[in-house]
Write a protein that binds this ligand. Structure first.
Ligand code: FEO
Length: 406
């Protein structure tokens, strides 16, 4: 069991290590394990605890707390994020320190109640510009929703220039040397973590950075992986670069058309739709056979595309696997403002098109047109209808045609 580590005078790391975890939140691989970071601030008037740890590591967490203070000294508990990897030890902590008040964002309130399983927990909600002072230490709160859950927030310790960033700037990377200037190379883990946790919320990352950029930050105390103290601005710049939408297309929007095909019928529909989209010189149309794309390519293309059209036949009453693979990549992307549509040829029942369409709607894509379904081999006239569908979809994406509510 490791000991508490001083991050700065009177500020301690009281987190725990999970070196053997190999999958996090079902979707992330963690080759180097991870850490659940938590912190403790000692002041002349009492103690502030910032976040807790996953429940199964509670003993180590409490032993670190006890090495630094008694429970009646704990005045405040700041919960930047309530995911169980950080809130697991909270119910027990509030039992041991019943007079401590918990600070959370307003969005966290219903979740705190369900975690606490009691109505007796004292809490207060805070947001940007709210402050907490204790024994000469000032914590400024910052609303940073969606990074990584809707209720997440950050805080800034004014006197020590420390940003407590929550999940932001984290890495699933265990190294007991703890600080970025002492651990091994965690660059890949930092980017991988960004891609899986932050990339779906790029606009929220940009909004959070605009708050962070007003602060003089010397140290970033995050919730996972190395604490960043050597060059915090380097990591802030990386987040900015990865979250910014650069205009390398000179204002043109991309519409990507994905298809799978059994007998070239859906493929022929895709090509006619492609020609319709291409008719607008302010759009860039791309066309892809999904069976030849790997996941990384799918993610890159989807990320760059403002409009996404997916075509598939129906096989055994279902959508074939390459299409589900494409649709499952959407989990890692920001969908805000993206348009979607579906098409496909079918032989008998043709359920695939509706299934894909429902999925796009559930993912909060804007789906402005009815899906395009054609029985078996498209006629010349039907292919012309596909062309018109491509033109109309392009006009919707370009804002030239008013979107219908379907
Ligand atoms: Fe580290 Fe989103 O919890």
């Amino acid at each position: 069991m490791s000991r508490a580590v001083e991050v700065s005078k009177d500020i301690y790391y009281i987190g725990v290590s999970d070196p053997d975890i190999r999958t996090f939140d079902i979707i992330m691989k963690t080759a180097n394990g991870t850490t659940y970071n938590a912190y403790l601030i000692k002041t002349v008037d009492g103690v502030i605890i910032l976040d807790t740890v996953k429940e199964e590591f509670s003993d180590e967490f409490f032993s670190k707390v006890e090495s630094l203070c008694s429970y009646d000294e704990i005045k405040y508990i700041i919960m930047h994020h309530l995911e169980p990897d950080h809130s697991g030890a909270l119910p027990e902590l509030t039992k041991r320190a019943p007079d401590a008040k918990v600070f959370i964002s307003p969005m966290a309130q219903p979740m705190l109640k369900s975690i606490a399983k009691t109505d007796n927990m004292k809490f207060e909600t805070v947001w940007t510009n709210k402050e907490l002072t204790l024994g000469g230490k000032t914590l400024k709160f910052l609303s940073t929703p969606n990074l990584h859950w809707p209720e997440t927030m950050s805080s800034y310790l004014v006197e020590d220039k420390i940003l407590f960033s929550g999940d932001v700037f984290g890495s699933h990377y265990y190294d007991n040397r703890l600080f970025d200037d002492l651990v091994g190379d965690f660059n890949y883990a930092f980017k991988y973590y960004y891609d899986h946790i932050m990339r779906p919320f790029k606009s929220d990352v940009i909004r959070a950075l605009s708050l962070y950029e007003t602060l003089d930050i010397e140290t970033i105390c995050n919730l996972h992986g190395p604490i960043i103290r050597k060059n915090p601005s380097k990591y802030m710049e990386l987040y900015k670069k990865w979250s910014s939408t650069e205009d390398r297309l000179h204002g043109k929007k991309i519409i990507s058309i994905f298809y799978v095909t059994s007998y070239k019928n859906t493929k022929n529909m895709a090509h006619s739709i492609y020609e319709g989209v291409e008719a607008d010189e302010n759009l860039i149309a791309n066309i892809y056979d999904m069976t030849a794309l790997d996941e990384q390519n799918m993610i890159t293309i989807l990320e760059e595309s403002t409009g996404i059209l997916i075509g598939s036949p129906t096989i055994n009453g279902d959508v074939p696997k390459p299409v589900w693979d494409l649709l499952s990549c959407m989990m890692l992307l920001e969908k805000k403002g993206k348009f979607g549509g579906c098409f496909g040829s079918y032989g008998w029942s043709g359920e695939a098109v509706e299934m894909m369409n429902s999925r796009l709607k559930a993912l909060k894509f804007r789906v402005p047109l009815e899906p395009m379904k054609i029985k078996l081999i498209p006629t010349k006239e039907e292919l012309h209808n596909c062309y018109v569908y491509g033109v109309e979809f392009g006009e919707m994406v370009n804002g030239k045609m008013v979107e219908m509510t379907l």
